[in-house]
Design a protein around this ligand. Sequence first.
Ligand code: FES
Length: 222
Amino acid sequence: MKVKIKVGDGYQEFQYDGDLNITVTSLLEKLGNPVEYSCSCLQGICGACAMVINGEPKLACQTFLKNEQVVKEYEVITIEPLSKFPLIKDLKVDRSILYDSMKKSKIWLESDAKVNEKDLDFEYEMSLCLMCGCCCEACPNYDLGDFVGAHIPVSASKVIGQEKDSGHVKEIKKSYKKGFYNHCVKSLACEDSCPAGISTQRAISRMNKKSVWRIRELLHHD
Ligand code: FES
């Protein structure tokens, strides 16, 4: 099969005729690591190896050649860096904006976390976020501008459920409305692309309900 790797403005091409039951990171290794890329855990935990594989953002260490339709049909694989983040080199990008947006959105706890038994499953699911950037890459509206990206409702919905400091909860809701709600076009490409299988839709609905619709407040007239 042909391996096409985006390097700068063009593509480097390689031939690979081995086993298809390997991941993209193993493929890069078998090719002698001809380009630079990020990876760490190789277990789908750290999110470092996110890249665009056959046009879709994916974790290279979790993407098997044998499962790629384009590989099966056309015997070719195309590997590109995430396009929405500043390029460092080859397949390596700078995703520090994901952490900057967490700070901007005030995603932290000011108090000891409160535990609501009924929210534990939801909060566990939200805590699976890898901060890999696949959701931002897939989003038609994310462009490193004012829009903070889908990892924000995922983390914010967990944190406001645990935060006891009501002033801080208000600040999180306000920055969510400004940085996420006012920009999201609800394509839900974020949910389709999340390698951790997080329902971003659940996170967005929960944040919209708490920050924008204010149903509870309206019902209670406060
Ligand atoms: S290397 Fe950690 S998720 Fe792929």
